[in-house]
Design a protein around this ligand. Structure first.
Ligand code: SF4
Length: 331
């Protein structure tokens, strides 16, 4: 039962299936938080357009796949409102209103926007891409969310949301609460370079088969100093050791010692990490399989969640219009 008065808003861009990095960074805490908080999770298909506008089929398919990922990890539609962003036009309306209170330069200087633009090789920015934080502010505000569980890269966006709702409240009337971010852990990718990410190709999908997991780990980067089994290693710079710490934590100290003293080979070490990851993923596979057989049930869940979110959005937009003095008449 939801006993807490605070409301959580979180979600994911629907640009492909979710992976272990999403699980560690946010999904596992969502599963816990839904027990005590009213939780809204949005399938951010409009925000997916900011980088994948030329791949509508991928976005639509990902809405389905990400929904299955959520259900597989234990998001319970009886406790959480799951909804599709593009089906709530009031979010787009609120995005337009919020866009009046933020300058182009503020958005240009947003560190997450800057990093992503650089990584994607953008020399000029699309209006929608630059406006991503404004759209996210509207996602958070339409349901009056107070907590946003997300990765560290989302901190600047939530800060923008805080400024926008504060500005609205000062200008018109106190309609919106100021949201706070709850940051999750960051999981490194298999390449040992950056965080686990779909676009970097260094991720393990949540629906990976046991063989996929094994194959991915076989290719994972390790400490380059370890050429022979007896070479002393540096587990702290090895992504596989990070997986031991997260998914096999009670044995992590043993692995650290064995690696440092050259008493375990990387192949064996990877096998142990892979086994632990497969153990974690097994119940997800079973739940996913269950829901894959029940397409209509999943669709009904999404329709119901989207209906609930839409009703909330309509109520909020009436308040917004009242506050701004632009509720001329009802149509
Ligand atoms: S033994 Fe394990 S922790 Fe050490 S370098 Fe190899 S894979 Fe990494």
């Amino acid at each position: 039962m939801n006993t807490n008065q605070e409301l959580i808003l979180t979600g994911d861009r629907t640009t492909g299936q979710l992976h272990l990095g999403h699980y560690v960074g946010s999904l596992r805490s969502r599963v816990e938080l839904q027990e005590t908080y009213k939780t809204y999770i949005l399938l951010a298909d409009v925000q997916a357009l900011t980088t994948h506008y030329d791949q509508p089929e991928l976005i639509a398919n990902s809405v389905h796949q990400v929904t299955l990922d959520y259900l597989a990890v234990g998001i319970d539609p009886n406790k959480t409102t799951l909804f599709i962003q593009s089906m709530i036009p009031e979010i787009a309306e609120l995005t337009v209103i919020f866009s009046m209170f933020v300058t182009v330069n503020t958005l240009r200087h947003n560190p997450t926007i800057k990093t992503e633009a650089r990584d994607r090789g953008y020399t000029d920015l699309y209006y929608g891409f630059l406006g991503y934080p404004v759209s996210q502010a509207a996602d958070i505000a339409f349901c009056k969310a107070t907590l946003v569980p997300a990765g560290e890269d989302q901190i600047p966006h939530v800060e923008t949301a805080r400024k926008l709702v504060r500005r609205f409240n000062e200008l018109y009337a106190p309609v919106f609460p100021e949201p706070r971010i709850l940051t999750g852990e960051r999981l490194g990718g298999l390449d040992g370079i950056g965080k686990m990410s779909k676009s970097m190709g260094n991720a393990i999908s949540l629906n990976a088969t046991p063989d996929d997991v094994k194959a991915k780990l076989t290719k994972a980067k390790t400490d380059p100093a370890r050429i022979h089994r007896s070479d002393p290693g540096h587990p702290d710079i090895c992504p596989v050791y990070a997986y031991h710490q997260l998914f096999r934590s009670i044995y992590a100290d043993d692995i650290h010692a064995s690696c440092s003293q050259g008493k375990i080979g990387c192949t064996d070490c990877k096998q142990l990490a892979g086994g632990a990851i497969n153990e974690l993923l097994e119940p997800f596979r079973e739940r996913r399989n269950y829901y894959e057989q029940r397409e209509n049930e999943v669709k009904e869940m999404l329709i119901e969640g989207t209906r609930q979110a839409r009703n909330t959005a309509k109520e909020t937009m009436l308040e917004v219009r009242e506050a701004m003095g632009i509720r001329y008449f009802d149509v």
